[in-house]
Design a protein around this ligand. Structure first.
Ligand code: THU
Length: 134
């Protein structure tokens, strides 16, 4: 799948967001090694801390379905569903990526107009705790 297609699926997933508190609608599209794609959105809660990010929604859907090998994720987000710039993943989502992905896992940030920038997991999480440390 081309990066542009993955980014378009992330942008499409924004429409599924449940974000009545922050107004930030976030969508993610996770590409599995076998070509399957899982979309996710953020789902907020009145008690705030149960809120889940779009990236983790996508990962947990995929892992539940038996996927453990991932190639890339695209993330698209913005206030009121309007993409005004990159919406980088939070630290918790980066740690979830670390659990399942190698250093060369690609993370696409969707930019206005369907443009994107790409980083590796190693770039966005250079130091982290993982199973290898235990
Ligand atoms: N959010 C995500 O979905 N992904 C991130 O990586 C950062 C934050 C969501 C959580 C919350 O619903 C809203 O964006 C504002 O923080």
């Amino acid at each position: 799948m081309k990066p542009e297609e993955l980014c378009a699926l992330a942008q499409e997933a924004m429409a599924h967001a449940y974000a009545p508190y922050s107004g930030c609608k976030v969508g993610a599209a996770l590409l599995c090694a076998d070509g399957a794609v899982y979309q996710g959105c953020n789902i907020e809660n009145a008690s705030f801390s149960p809120t889940i990010c779009a990236e983790r929604t996508a990962f947990f859907k995929a892992v539940y379905d038996g996927h453990r090998d991932f190639t890339a994720i695209a993330i698209s987000g913005g206030k009121d569903g309007v993409v005004t710039g990159a919406f980088p993943p939070c630290g918790v989502c980066r740690q979830v990526m670390r659990e399942f992905c190698r250093d060369d896992f690609l993370v696409y940030f969707v930019l206005p107009g369907g443009a994107f920038e790409v980083h590796t997991l190693a770039e966005i999480l250079p130091f982290s705790f993982s199973a290898g440390a235990m």
